[in-house]
Design a protein around this ligand. Structure first.
Ligand SMILES: Nc1ncnc2c1ncn2[C@@H]1O[C@H](COP(=O)(O)OP(=O)(O)OP(=O)(O)O)[C@@H](O)[C@H]1O
Ligand SMILES: [Mg+2]
Length: 482
């Protein structure tokens, strides 16, 4: 309890220390005035200034006391200070351009009823931080680089504004469809592309939009046939979409909404020329002006480019920026950091001890789902040959398998037909299988980014997970783990 005097002969006992600040300031001013009067001292401008400043500070404290927490306020009551606290609470940081304000709940996004129903059906009660920050920017058609940890809902963060954008376009008639889709999403692997398609289909459930995925390993003629029938959205790997454009199976004459999921990986994997070819096929007249202060015309459609990942090494971001115009970089937490939802362990082993260590680790997980990452196709088969005779129900995913085997393996793992998935980095990024209990890096990944993404296959959507990495002294892979 705080005890203070609040005026001549008056004792205030007050647990409310802030009101006391105001009373104390007033008291001090009165006392000083009295002293000056009794000593015949003339009040100077400095005296008045000082008293005024004390009053201002005291009033500010009083204001703070009256302030409600942001969660109790209506959107229009939010002050700059509230927004700052809100951003701190959710670790949201913006860099570059006018960022606008995030949404605090789904209602504030003001999404069409059809999308709200789909969100409800998915059980997404509240938007995740990247959704809070990126969805309003997408709705404003700002170019965005969104960096947020693995499993934090980046897919819906770009899918929802994309669907709103499409709703604003003329309804696709047969004639309009001949000019190609309204939006394109690109991702580095076939499996991720198909997964994004599934999420987009769920979100677009109450619309009649057609979403076509275009990936390698399937008949390009069949894909061309589907594309010719018309669609609003193409979800593709850059290589196959490039082939479709070259063979004139696809055109992008009216595509002004582009998403590059796992953008750093696509650039890093050397997909840049293919990504460029796809972007070059879109109307360049719709690019936003480069200058930050250039006015945008209200009735014109501008190309919106969205890039997402959990990692974005600075050198890759520099490269990536040439695809974007005046982007806002939204970062949730620290860029590239592995998720806190995963407990990480590193075990020093000799190469010839790995099998034994693997057996020992797997013996603790019962029938829960496990992903074992290795660095080569050969190693995948080696681990499979070791585990299968021991009675584990395992499947293998790597680039050497044909597409049907790849799809069946991953589908079987999702459906719990298999509990162990042995994979190369093909499964390292973006793949979302609920309740993977453990990720084992049987081989140490080649980069810190690959490590962050691999272990992010567990501990998703706020759940907890565990990761174990076998580290052999023989191999350093040139990683700096500082
Ligand atoms: N607002 C939400 N509330 C609850 N769950 C959500 C929400 N948004 C997305 N999810 C779920 O969270 C999981 C992870 O989402 P998503 O795959 O989009 O993550 P990500 O950030 O893209 O991860 P990665 O970096 O690994 O690609 C999915 O199962 C998705 O259905
Ligand atoms: Mg993702």
């Amino acid at each position: 309890m705080m005890v203070s005097s609040a005026g001549p002969n008056m004792l205030v006992t007050n647990t409310d220390s802030v009101a006391v600040v105001q009373l104390a300031a007033e008291h001090e001013r009165a006392m000083m005035l009295k002293i000056r009067q009794s000593q015949g001292i003339v009040e100077t401008t400095e005296d008045r200034q000082r008293d005024k400043e004390r009053k201002r500070v005291a009033d500010k404290f009083e204001d703070m006391r009256k302030e409600k927490h942001w969660s109790e306020k209506k959107r229009e009551e939010m002050t700059e200070r509230d927004w700052r606290i809100f951003r701190e609470d959710f670790n949201i940081a913006y860099k570059g351009g006018q960022s606008g304000l995030p949404i605090r709940n789904w209602e504030e996004a003001d999404l069409p009823e059809t999308l709200m129903k789909a969100i409800e059906k998915q059980g997404y009660k509240k938007p995740s931080p990247i959704q809070m920050a990126a969805i309003p920017l997408g709705l404003l058609q700002r170019d965005v680089i969104g960096i947020a940890e693995t499993g934090s809902g980046k897919t819906a963060a770009f899918t929802l504004p994309m669907l709103v954008y499409i709703m604003r376009q003329p309804k696709m008639t047969e004639e309009i469809a001949a000019e190609g889709p309204y939006a394109v999403v690109m991702a580095p692997t076939r499996e991720l592309t198909q997964q994004i398609e599934e999420e987009a289909v769920k979100m677009a459930a109450n619309t009649d939009y057609r979403i076509v995925s275009v990936v390698g390993g399937q008949s390009i003629e069949d894909q061309g046939f589907k594309l010719r029938k018309g669609c609003e959205i193409i979800i593709a790997t850059p290589g196959r979409l490039g082939d479709c454009l070259e063979k004139s199976y696809a055109v992008l004459n009216q595509c002004n909404y582009v998403v590059l999921d796992e953008a750093d990986r696509m650039i890093d994997m050397g997909f840049e020329p293919q990504v460029m070819a796809v972007l070059d096929a879109m109307p360049s007249a719709n690019l936003k002006p480069d200058a930050e202060d250039a006015e945008l015309q209200t009735n014109k459609v501008y190309r919106t480019t969205y890039m997402f990942s959990a990692t974005m090494p600075p050198q890759v971001e520099r490269l990536a920026r040439k695809y974007l115009r005046r982007p806002v970089v939204v970062t949730i937490g620290s860029a590239g950091r592995a998720t806190d939802n995963v407990t990480q362990r590193v075990m020093m082993v000799k190469e010839n001890q790995k099998h034994t260590m693997l057996d020992s680790e797997l013996s603790y997980v019962d029938d829960k789902r496990v992903i074992i990452f290795v660095n080569t196709k050969k190693q995948c088969d080696n681990v499979f040959r070791h585990l299968e005779p021991l009675g584990y129900s395992c499947t293998v995913l790597h680039g050497g398998k044909d597409q049907t085997q790849r799809e069946q393996g991953l589908a079987g793992f999702r459906e719990e037909k298999y509990t162990v998935l042995i994979a190369t980095d093909v499964a390292g990024r973006g793949i979302d299988v609920p309740d993977v209990a453990l990720v084992i890096n049987y081989d140490m990944p080649g980069t810190v980014e690959a490590y962050t993404h691999r272990i992010g296959r567990t501990g998703r959507a706020g759940r907890k997970g565990a990761a174990i990495t076998f580290l052999t002294l023989q191999v350093s892979y040139g990683i700096s783990w500082s």
